[in-house]
Design a protein around this ligand. Structure first.
Ligand SMILES: N[C@@H](CCC(=O)N[C@@H](CS)C(=O)NCC(=O)O)C(=O)O
Length: 364
């Protein structure tokens, strides 16, 4: 039996929970202050979700957890065999994990009047699960004050960028909803790593917190249903589309990722190389390494640079750059049309690895 140290209110927990259920891997989910103590001791910081394997190993980071379990439970794989579908799935994982985090934080914390009571109760349940219900929200106030403020400067959200983020998120939800008219998941009737990446922000927070939940049900009811399908798989999931097909209804999602997120990922690669040259003695990367400017629709913002995002970006990049010339000839016209071609030529001069829960320069 695997232990899933996770919680319903936690965005990334929704990714691993959906995966564990889809793969029918026996697990127990729990989270208490004692668990957090163990997480601190084994991982070095209080972060969820964490998996404890039947052998007692602690694993953190949803991507590391999933890839560890994919080796043990290979079928049905969540990585498509088709090179194009695999690229799209890996790109959508990065988009869900690292970009849709912005709307997830915004739609939780900016709409406090509608969300705060729900969030305080959930946070209180994590922090003091055995306290009486009336007292739980009180204990959560300091944490809510912290999370409710820290994300804005980190993610470059302010009165200029927030309205643009809302427009972009609405367009994304409507496009994804349109796609789900014809398909159960991104690439057919079987979920891929891309679906698991997207469901992290789209379940908790977007399809659970009162304000975005109602909004999603109104403007993108199929996306709402998909979040439920992802969290409660029927067990009958089928297959990826034949012939490595990428449905045209995914083009707007990819184009949006290439326009909004890809420039930031490319600039993060540059910043990681610069930082490494400036800190030759550092044995691992801090969470942030300075700040960079970005564009969101018609607005300009400034946000923290997260080297972790390079590590995630390396996954689609390595896959794409490892393809044969023949495979690339099939893929490149679409990448050019949607605006992703140049970004995917990025050369990583300082590859990163995630070792002992720390980001380090990959050993050569
Ligand atoms: N990239 C990580 C992100 C995990 C993460 O940020 N988890 C949140 C809860 S949803 C957390 O515990 N944050 C506390 C922290 O980062 O210190 C993953 O995929 O596991």
């Amino acid at each position: 039996m695997y232990q899933h140290l996770a919680h319903g209110i936690s965005l990334y927990s929704g990714k691993t929970r959906a995966y564990l259920r889809y793969k029918k891997i026996p697990f127990e989910e729990r989270l208490s202050s004692e668990d957090y103590g163990q997480i601190q001791a084994h991982i070095g910081r209080k972060i969820i979700p964490v998996i404890i394997t039947p052998e007692g190993e602690y694993i953190q980071d949803t991507t590391v957890i999933i890839d560890h379990l994919e080796e043990k439970f290979p079928a049905p794989s969540i990585y498509p065999d088709g090179p194009m579908q695999k690229l799209v799935a890996l790109l959508m994982e990065v988009y869900g994990d690292e970009w849709l985090l912005l709307p997830a934080m915004h739609y939780r914390w900016h709409f406090k009047r509608q969300n705060l009571w729900f969030v305080l109760n959930q946070f209180g349940d994590v922090m003091k699960p055995h306290w009486p219900a009336f007292a739980k929200p009180l204990v959560a106030i300091p944490a809510a004050l912290y999370f409710g403020r820290m994300y804005k400067p980190l993610m470059g959200l302010d009165e200029n960028t927030e309205p643009e983020l809302e427009k972009i998120t609405e367009a994304f939800l409507k496009d994804f909803d349109r796609h789900l008219e014809d398909h159960d998941f991104l690439l057919g009737s079987r979920p891929s790593i891309g679906d698991f990446g997207l469901v992290a922000p789209l379940y908790a927070h977007m399809a659970q917190d009162p304000y975005p939940r109602q909004w999603m049900q109104d403007i993108a009811p199929r996306v709402f249903d998909w979040t439920r399908r992802m969290q409660n798989p029927s067990g009958n999931e089928g297959s990826f589309l034949p012939n490595d097909e990428i449905p045209e209804t995914l083009y707007p999602l990819l184009a949006r990722m290439f326009r909004d997120q890809l420039p930031l990922l490319v600039d993060t690669v540059r910043a990681v190389a610069d930082w490494t040259a400036e800190h030759p003695d550092a044995d691992h990367f801090p969470r942030t390494i300075g700040r960079h400017d970005f564009t969101l629709g018609d607005a300009h913002g400034n946000r923290a640079i997260l080297p972790y995002q390079q590590w995630m970006f390396q996954r689609p990049l390595r896959h794409y750059q490892g393809l044969s010339e023949v495979e690339k000839q099939q893929i490149d016209p679409l990448l050019k049309k949607l605006g992703g071609y140049d970004g995917l030529q990025t050369e990583i001069s300082v590859p990163l690895d995630y070792i002992n829960h720390k980001l380090v320069v990959a050993p050569s």
